[in-house]
Ligand binder design. Structure first.
Ligand code: SF4
Length: 173
């Protein structure tokens, strides 16, 4: 029997990860074979790389590292993982990510590791967030360049989520 998708975000993160793992184990090849999915996965992976490149080139990584190392800052607080649904977690599995089985930082997001985020497909909240410090530190052109790259990443993950959901929910009433 096909594994049913846990709909929505209102389940414990452990349940959503388990659900994504079961769907992946049962249906990864069928999901990859859906029209356009391999192409979207490829383009999305490229877009994520471009976002990180833009964050490096335009000063976001330097500023965030300084904030984390010298000011004890972290944007990746406990509870952000609650925004994830099973589909976004499933996309990480399709991209080959290893998901943590436990929270590594008691105050941090479930997906936060010692050196930062452990997953590729982040929530749109994580993708789009620019704090006041970044707005103060970066030139407007740098901010726009980073936002453009992030917007493309967010568009692609949205398309991927929709494509997978149509198939995963095909038998739902
Ligand atoms: S960037 Fe990663 S670790 Fe940080 S809040 Fe988002 S998913 Fe969690």
């Amino acid at each position: 029997m096909a594994v049913k998708l846990l709909i929505g975000t209102g389940h414990p993160i452990e349940a959503k990860i388990q659900n994504a793992r079961e769907i992946f184990a049962q249906s990864a090849s069928e999901l990859r074979a859906l029209p356009g999915v391999e192409r979207l996965l490829y383009e999305y992976r490229q877009a994520v790389q471009q976002s990180w490149k833009a964050m490096n080139v335009h000063g976001v990584v330097t500023e965030c590292t300084d904030c984390a190392v010298n000011d004890g800052g972290s944007c990746c607080g406990r509870g952000i993982e609650d925004k994830f649904d099973s589909v976004l977690i499933l996309i990480n599995l399709l991209l080959g990510c290893d998901l943590p089985d436990e929270r590594l930082d008691p105050e941090g997001c479930w997906f936060l590791g010692e050196k930062g985020c452990l997953i590729t497909a982040r929530h749109v909240i994580c993708i789009n967030y620019m704090c006041k410090r970044l707005y103060r530190a970066l030139d407007t052109d740098d901010i726009h360049a980073v936002q453009e790259a992030m917007g493309y990443e967010a568009d692609l993950v949205f398309m991927l989520e929709q494509r997978l959901k149509v198939w995963l929910l095909r038998d739902s009433p």
